[in-house]
Design a protein around this ligand. Structure first.
Ligand SMILES: [Zn+2]
Length: 701
């Protein structure tokens, strides 16, 4: 499908030799394009003495900028005679784009939600965006797109995927090594979130293929945080820190009680059917924020499953959260709903932003998880990105607690050592302060503290006298909490490692198990079960090619690495009474020798050199001018050009040639003379090319 046709005119390239041409093909300087391109596209090159060359560049699939750049770099050396290049580019649809004016006419209910979000003080910008099916846009296991309304290009590596059939799926991953992205498709209604260092967005469904992209204004969130009361001298809690690595499978069923006001913040005046579909997608996104955080934090075999209902009790209008929580705990309607939905936990979602505390759980510092602590209250505005109060309150009920007082800066922290490894963690990584889900503050990363898991090269927790290891307590209490109630629905998950091959790269045959959690007796989905195993590279399964069938049975043994650098392992299960259900697991293989060999071959070939393991990081980023560029390179030393270009591709600053050695290199650079904005830094040598985005913000500390 052809959606637009653009002409790009290039100024003379900033470097001496930037393109290459033969009789049929021109390769152009896409290195500097701030956009993502799909191919094929036609180019016409105007050579120095008026020689015109026309040809077609055909590149497979959807290639992000840095991959296109590789192709270009290989051609740089061959040509020195172009002065100008014109490109006619036929773009095929992109995964997400802003809708163009008059593309759709909003119905009255759609306009209502659009106007409501556009004028909300919680949003900086509201954009109507169009989504394509993600399956058409995953290439080399990666999803690449530009966030509409920004110059931010995301390259997302998968972490967590669920697909029940070909039209319902949730796909989540790590964006540009430090951000978080999740999309849920339910009947072509798209919900999700994006969190990066440059902003936080929520995606709300509007109609089929169209959603609202809300850019949040973090500064208006209140500074009041979660309240955890000091506990009485309770009985000595079980030692939930003791077990080394608890992998018992658990599904924690959570019932969300939305007030009508809170529902209206998602749907406004949509009709009942649209309201239900929209809320289902939004709630699935909330559910995914917890499961994604479990995956990020090495909490295997633990899942949450959300359902939602509307509840408008008389006490819902109170602005006193202590009173509200007390009433919610003793509400007989709530008790019977938790029972009839077989929910383990209940969370009240209110549109009120409280002045005395933003959200609260009925568990105290010295308490430990028990079925008498199963209620929380959250304010709608803070429950999702970038604050993640919903995963925060939910896991309080699993025993997770705030950061220590000595883990400064800190307010409302936990100051006493209870010999209880349940604390959140603040730390610095990538030049910014970071907070795990239980460290207090307005912006958090989707991680529970864990000394064994890194974020941008820094551990997300600590051992010792003041341990920060929320992941450990969640692993140990997940099965306790999941047992509060019998299960409403059968559930499967795949047990096994998320990574094949460690730092040594060695692969040995690995067994994966199907863990099936049956529902309560008498409900559909009973044992025995028939399990079939599959894998593919996109994570969305149709059970025909290119999906690969692996076998049947309760376990499967992988004797080889099926794909580099990621693949999705999948099971389709049939219960004795004919219910089908599925589970998926994304597995990273990038460190396996097989994949390393492939990478070395690629590195030797300049057309295909991989930059996956060779990247530039900046400290700080954003920078006020002076910064450190740190990059890790493989292979032999050589010398490289380092320069800065603006987003429209013009060279802005040439730092000259630098000797690049194998391993970690650090170079101090200064951009103080340039105006604020986004820039690409490039490192180009005969053997390698790296590009990374840096933000210059001179007026901010
Ligand atoms: Zn809290």
């Amino acid at each position: 499908m052809k959606i637009e046709r653009k002409k790009f005119a290039f100024a003379p390239p900033p470097l001496a030799h930037l393109c290459f041409c033969n009789c049929t093909t021109c390769v152009i300087n896409v290195l500097y394009w701030p956009i993502l391109i799909r191919c094929p596209f036609r180019v016409t090159c105007v050579c120095g003495k008026g020689i015109f060359k026309t040809g077609i560049i055909h590149l497979q699939n959807f290639l992000p900028m840095r991959q296109l750049s590789k192709t270009v770099r290989a051609m740089l050396l061959c040509c020195s005679f172009f002065t100008q290049i014109h490109v006619s580019l036929t773009q095929t649809p992109v995964f997400i784009r802003a809708s163009v004016p008059n593309e759709i006419t909003l119905t009255a209910p759609e306009d209502s939600i659009y106007q409501y979000q556009s004028t909300s003080v919680y949003n900086n910008a509201t954009t109507i965006v169009h989504f394509e099916d993600i399956r058409d846009h995953i290439s080399n296991n990666l999803l690449s797109f530009q966030i509409p309304g920004t110059y931010t290009n995301l390259i997302v590596e998968p972490r967590e995927v669920e697909s029940t059939d070909t039209v319902h799926y949730t796909w989540s991953g790590i964006a540009n090594e430090s951000g978080f992205f999740s999309i849920t498709n339910r009947e072509n209604l798209y919900a999700g979130f994006i969190q990066t260092d440059s902003g936080a967005w929520t995606i709300l469904p509007l109609r089929e293929h169209y959603s609202l992209l809300l850019r949040h204004d973090v500064s208006v969130l209140d500074t009041v945080d979660c309240v955890m009361e000091e506990g009485e001298s309770a009985a000595e809690p079980p030692d939930y820190c003791s077990e080394a690595y608890n992998i018992c499978p658990a599904v924690i069923d959570v019932l969300l009680f939305f007030t009508s006001e809170a529902v209206a913040m998602v749907t406004r005046y949509a009709d009942a059917n649209m309201k239900a579909l929209t809320m289902d997608g939004f709630v699935k996104t909330l559910e995914n924020s917890v499961n994604f955080a479990f995956e990020n934090s090495d909490i295997p075999n633990k899942r949450v499953r959300f359902r939602w209902i509307i509840h408008n009790p008389g006490y819902s209008s109170t602005t006193n959260i202590d009173y509200l929580l007390d009433q919610f705990v003793s509400d007989s309607y709530v008790s019977s709903a938790l029972s009839s939905y077989r929910a383990d936990l209940g969370i009240f979602v209110t549109a009120i932003n409280f002045s005395n505390a933003a959200r609260k759980s009925n568990i105290k510092l010295l308490d430990y998880p028990s079925s008498s602590h199963r209620h929380s209250v959250v304010s709608f505005q803070a429950m999702h990105t970038p604050r993640w109060t919903l995963p925060h309150e939910l896991t309080h009920l699993l025993g997770a607690g705030h950061n220590w007082c000595n883990n400064v800066p800190c307010s409302n922290c936990d100051c006493n050592n209870y010999d209880y490894c349940n604390h959140g963690y603040r730390f610095y990584a990538g030049g910014l302060e970071r907070r795990t889900i239980h460290a207090l503050g307005n912006e958090r990363i989707l991680h529970f503290s864990n000394p064994n898991v890194d974020y941008l090269g820094e551990p997300t927790g600590v051992f010792g006298d003041y341990p920060a290891y929320n992941a450990q307590i969640i692993r140990n209490t997940g099965c306790v909490v999941a047992a509060y109630s019998s299960s409403p629905e059968v559930k499967a998950m795949i047990s096994g490692p998320s990574k094949l091959c460690g730092i040594t790269g060695e692969f040995s045959s690995t067994i994966f198990y199907a863990s099936i959690l049956p529902p309560a007796q008498g409900l559909p989905g009973q044992a025995p079960y028939t399990v079939s195993w599959w894998w593919n590279e996109t994570g969305v399964f149709t059970y025909q090619a290119p999906d690969e069938f692996l076998g049947t049975g309760n376990q499967i043994t992988l004797t080889d690495v099926p794909a580099c650098n990621y693949f999705t392992l999948h099971i389709r299960v049939r219960s004795d009474d004919g219910i089908y259900f599925t589970a998926s697991k994304i597995i990273f293989t990038g460190l396996c020798e097989e994949c390393q060999e492939e990478r070395i071959v690629k590195t030797n070939n300049p057309l295909l050199s991989s930059s996956r393991q060779q990247s530039i990081k900046f400290f700080p980023n954003p920078t006020s001018g002076q910064f450190i560029a740190e990059f890790h390179v493989e292979g032999e030393p050589d010398d490289a050009m380092i320069f800065i270009s603006s987003m429209d591709g013009k060279m802005q600053y040439d730092f000259g040639r630098h000797l690049i050695s194998r391993g970690v290199n650090r170079i101090a650079l200064d951009l103080s003379n340039l105006p604020n904005g986004f820039y690409n830094m490039h490192l180009i040598s005969a053997k390698r090319k790296l590009t990374a985005l840096i933000t210059l913000q001179k007026n901010k500390p």
